[in-house]
Design a protein around this ligand. Structure first.
Ligand SMILES: *Cc1c(COP(=O)(O)O)cnc(C)c1O
Length: 413
């Protein structure tokens, strides 16, 4: 494994300079931020775009008859075009603003689900989904008499594709699956999953929350029906997300929430709805957030993305190599195809205690079940310690993690 040659092409140190938050001490130590799967940090360009919007352009969008409204609308709709290009959607109107991945899934489950599911229908979700890709399906299934079934995941934390294929029949109406597992970093074969689902006429929703920040995603190549992600895991602001859908499906779906913006005309005899994407965007949207996401996409596209992905892969390989060489560390989630997440246990120690001791040394990780209780239960563990990487992390960060783990172990074991 030649980590050196991979990292040499991407200058993480230079990129770190773009992220003000990374340059601070925490508990008397320089911060090492390894909680990128929970949220990524924001480059100065994103923070500045939001400040500029509020200082110069703040206005409501679409309705205004003045210069500020025009500027705000232009930036807001410009960001939609950027997102469409970023995931290779055919048209910007296929990009719907949501509050996040969670709301995107809820939108599809309630709008598409209410109109299309009936008694006896089956919804398949992988056993390692985030709760937000399980519970919305359970709620709509309960309402419609459908069932939610889990696609088996093996001991390495990979989807059992043969088992998935054997579950498929014409009662399966929706397959909902993460592109990358937030608990383990497993990259799921979502293109194969979409193709197999199509074979029985089922739709696919891909949860891309952990994918879009790591390498280019092409929704047309994946040929999924829906794709969702959150701005805040893509170096943008919190409280904003994206739902992509195939045009014909979105057009046929009833509104999700109702109010201003999503209507064409309202009368007490009946109301008609606006066209895509506005049909699904009731009320004043998160204009500043959308503009911030546009800046985040500009930032990411200005990087050497291939170099960044290789750098992250090399960091993960280096971290896992060190973990395997450290007695008492057990890696959880060891699938062949992984990205940027190292989940592990320190033998004899509760993950929460490990997290606290790392924090005291300035190393930020996440501990717990990572909103994926079913798979933790299957593995018979309360949770894990999760170190998750982004392109601004370095080998020095990994070294600090293992130094801190050494110290933590002296306290705990
Ligand atoms: C973070 C995450 C979510 C939830 O995203 P929100 O921004 O909280 O809506 C869903 N799925 C995965 C895989 C995630 O990592």
């Amino acid at each position: 494994m030649s980590n050196q040659s991979n990292t040499a092409t991407f200058d993480a140190e230079r990129v770190r300079a773009d992220f003000p938050i990374l340059h601070q001490d925490v508990n008397g130590h320089p911060l090492v931020y390894l909680d990128n799967a929970a949220t990524t940090q924001k480059p100065r360009a994103v923070i500045q775009a939001i400040v500029d919007y509020y200082e110069q352009d703040n206005s409501n969008v679409h309705r205004g008859a003045h210069a500020l409204a025009d500027r705000a609308t232009e930036k807001f709709e410009g960001a939609r075009v950027k997102v469409a290009g970023f995931i290779n959607a055919a048209e910007p109107r296929q990009i719907i603003w949501t509050r996040g991945t969670t709301e995107g899934i809820n939108l599809v489950a309630s709008s598409w689900g209410r109109a299309n599911l009936s008694s006896g229908d089956r919804i398949l979700v992988s056993a390692m989904e985030h709760h937000s890709n399980i519970v919305p399906w359970q709620l709509i299934a309960a309402e419609k008499g459908a069932v939610v079934e889990s696609i088996p995941v093996n001991a390495e934390g990979a989807i059992d594709l043969a088992a998935f294929e054997s579950m498929l029949d014409d009662r399966v109406k929706m397959v909902a699956c993460g592109h990358v597992s937030n608990a383990f970093g497993t990259v799921n074969p979502v293109q194969d999953i979409a193709r197999l689902a199509q074979g029985v006429g089922a739709l696919t929703l891909i949860d891309g929350a952990q994918a879009v920040g790591h390498w280019p995603v092409d929704v047309q190549a994946l040929d999924c029906d829906f794709y969702v992600f959150s701005a805040h895991k893509l170096f943008g602001p919190t409280g904003l997300g994206v739902l992509y859908g195939k045009t014909a499906l979105l057009e046929a779906m009833p509104p999700y929430q109702s109010g201003g913006e999503m209507i064409e005309s309202v009368s007490f005899d009946g109301t008609t709805f606006n066209q895509l994407p506005y049909k699904f965007e009731a009320g004043t949207p998160d204009i500043a957030g959308v503009i911030g996401l546009g800046a985040a996409i500009d930032y990411v596209q200005g990087l050497d993305r291939d170099g960044a992905a290789k750098h992250e892969a090399a960091l993960l390989a280096y971290a896992e190599e060190r973990a395997k060489a450290t007695p008492g560390i057990r890696l959880v989630g060891t699938a062949a195809n992984k990205t940027s997440v190292m989940s592990f246990l320190l033998e004899g120690a509760h993950p929460n205690d490990v997290g606290l001791l790392l924090d005291q040394q300035g190393v930020a990780v996440r501990t717990g079940n990572h909103c994926a209780q079913p798979i933790m239960e299957q593995f018979g563990i309360p949770g894990t310690v999760r170190a998750s990487f982004s392109f601004y992390n370095t080998r020095a960060d990994v070294d600090r993690l293992f130094e801190a783990l050494d110290k933590a172990r002296q306290f705990l074991v």
